[in-house]
Write a protein that binds this ligand. Sequence first.
Ligand code: 5GP
Length: 179
Amino acid sequence: MDKRSYVIDELISAKAIAARVEALAKEIEEAFHGTDKLIVVGLLRGSFVFIADLVRELDLPVEVDFLEASSYGGEMVSSREVRILKDLRGEIGGRDVLVVEDIVDTGFTLNHVLRLLSSRGPRRLETIALLDKPSRREVDIKATWTGFEIPDAFVVGYGIDFAQRNRNLPYIGTVRFTE
Ligand code: 5GP
């Protein structure tokens, strides 16, 4: 783990996030209008705050499930190799599925998860990412909906951690090392 001291500079305010989540929920409601059940799949752990806010804005019949893929593991760079650490509890065959990701960075994680889930035959499979770092992309993939495009910076807050800390910040900030 990185032991250097750092400060967090606010990048996206809690208010801006709330407004964007509300707008995204409206688009999702329209896209899935008439669904008998939308299975919202949160990718642990970084999406837990986002999914909690998002589902409360959705006026649709919703079921929530979670999937955990291996991530940076305390490091600040992507490992590229994605493993499933915790699979879904429920079946998604023939269902409408929305995968909720915190950040699309290189794209390896989302790509791996979407391949896995599409092999299970969902009726419809869409994705929403709170943050997108397009300049970092290595796999040609884009979420159906994106909250905010951000520059190539390491971010924390609103569910997103640095070595398991700072998930509880209500805003999104960038990490700046002070030594
Ligand atoms: P990808 O596979 O697209 O390179 O990485 C996606 C995952 O990497 C995200 O779900 C997130 O867990 C992690 N990640 C990417 N960028 C950041 C960042 O700026 N901060 C943190 N804490 N995690 C990040």
